[in-house]
Design a binder for this molecule. Structure first.
Ligand code: DLL
Length: 435
């Protein structure tokens, strides 16, 4: 049976939620218009006044906010409260470009902890659980965000942060961690190290994991669940909006409920900016309606997702976002074909012949794109005959070609030769950008 952290919000009727969102939206828009010059300027230019925004349907009248706006106003230009009310800063460097800084009032931290507490409760966590936090602490939001949520639930928090994987395994075993959070790639690395150390999943007490901060597939979920002996749940968020906890999965494992009382979500056509009906794939756009220090309006995430209001068996009525396919800027165009790294991951893991570690290398030679997928062999495969190895290569090549319509070069590499990560995985090396 489902447990809720805040049943009133998590199970509200849609009309109640819309009324609450409308009220909070109009208040937030007034506040940013008065306090953040870039919003006032943009709204004036668009000919929209705060009085025009009375309900959720009015949202589309407002201009979008882009990551570039955060960079242009770096560091504090988009803060909506005086700095003496800001009690915490976080930052994100992203993979490209100047870093961005976000701020929180005490009330913002409480809201954030509430969002993460909902996620943890949906994963079955209670104050009897031991919470092993392997997300990085520091300017990255993962560690401190989930830490706050776990404390709110009253869990016994173990703030391990990243690094020293063998020590982490000992802590999981000796301290009796029952819930863990880290990136899905780190979960696999932990599983691998555990196996190397001869520790079985029966020797540890983990029952649930909250994995996010990067895209991961259903196939990866199964692999993590089998190897760590836990239920693997997805958690989504981004620094600009609050950090982890914008959306969280329940036991149904069919997408993440968005904390709609705090964030209004839209899907838009990334090219035209047109709002799409719920259920159509598009770019996710979020508006913060409760945050004080850093409330973004219609923020373009560049994450590509689909929303669903289908009734969820957990009883929550919060809209769900299906597993995002990745960022629009993660999408590769190889020989004119759109390729998401997650499509390749699905193929590799569903074939199951290799280890779940891979890298995609793209280059341009004589004006033609080259497309190589490096995949690690398992120890068992490594000692196999050359014939079997080339058969596996051919099988993977055919499977990727039939999914994507373009043919990769497959290179099977030695076990444990691809880099392991403690945070977000780097799956793609696009050398075309370097030329
Ligand atoms: O990754 C916050 C976070 C920490 C989320 C811990 C979940 C758990 P950023 O570093 O700002 O913040 O990166 C945000 O990561 O726009 C997505 O592209 C991606 N992302 C985050 N969660 C997921 C997920 C944190 N569950 C960016 N699935 C986002 C797919 C995700 N992508």
């Amino acid at each position: 049976m489902s447990n809720y952290w805040n049943k009133e919000m998590e199970c509200a009727e849609l009309y109640e939620m819309r009324a609450l969102q409308s009220f909070r939206l109009s208040k937030t828009v007034k506040r940013v218009y008065e306090n953040v010059p870039i919003y006032r300027q943009r709204m004036d230019e668009a000919g929209v006044s705060p009085d025009d925004i009375r309900c959720v349907e009015d949202l589309a009248k407002l201009p979008f906010t882009y990551k570039q706006d955060l960079r242009d106003t770096y560091p504090y230009g988009m803060f909506a409260v005086p700095m003496d009310e800001v009690v915490r800063l976080h930052a994100s460097s992203g993979t490209t470009g100047k870093q961005i800084v976000v701020g929180y009032t005490q009330n913002d931290l409480d809201i954030w902890a509430e969002c993460c507490a909902r996620a943890l409760t949906a994963a079955g966590a209670t104050n009897k659980d031991f919470m092993h936090v392997s997300y990085g602490y520091g300017l990255f939001t993962g560690g401190l965000g989930l830490h706050g949520g776990a404390e709110k639930v009253g869990m016994t928090v173990i703030p391990v942060s990243t690094g020293n994987t063998k020590r982490q395994i000992n802590i999981i075993k000796d301290f009796g961690s029952t819930v863990i959070c880290c990136t899905p790639s780190y979960a696999l690395y932990l599983a691998e190290t555990m196996e190397e150390e001869g520790i079985k999943k029966e020797d540890i007490k983990l029952k649930a994991g909250l994995f996010g901060a990067e895209p991961w597939t259903e196939e990866m979920r199964k692999d993590i669940e089998n190897r760590l002996g836990l239920k693997a749940l997805d958690i989504y968020g981004l620094t600009e909006i609050i950090g982890p906890g914008v959306a969280f999965e329940c036991e149904e494992q069919t997408g993440m409920h968005i904390n709609e009382d705090n964030f209004i979500v839209e899907t838009i056509d990334p090219d035209t900016g047109e709002v799409l009906p719920e259920g159509e794939e598009g770019e996710l756009v979020f508006t913060c309606i409760t945050k004080e220090a850093f409330p973004l309006i219609r923020y373009r995430t560049r994450d590509i997702g689909v929303l669903s209001r289908e009734k969820c068996s957990c009883g929550r009525t919060l809209v769900k976002m299906l597993k995002p396919r990745g960022r629009s800027d993660d999408m590769l165009i190889i020989r004119g074909v759109n390729v998401f790294p997650s499509q390749i991951e699905s193929v590799l893991l569903s074939l199951g012949d290799t280890a779940p570690f891979y890298q995609i290398i793209v280059d341009r030679v004589h004006n033609t794109d080259t497309f190589e997928v490096k995949i690690e062999l398992t120890e068992a495969m490594f000692s196999d005959t050359m014939k079997n190895i080339s058969e596996t290569e051919a099988k993977i090549k055919a499977a990727i070609e039939s999914t994507l319509g373009i043919s990769p070069k497959i290179t099977l590499v030695e076990p444990k030769s691809l880099p392991r990560v403690e945070g977000k995985a780097v799956r793609v090396i696009d050398k075309r950008k370097l030329h």
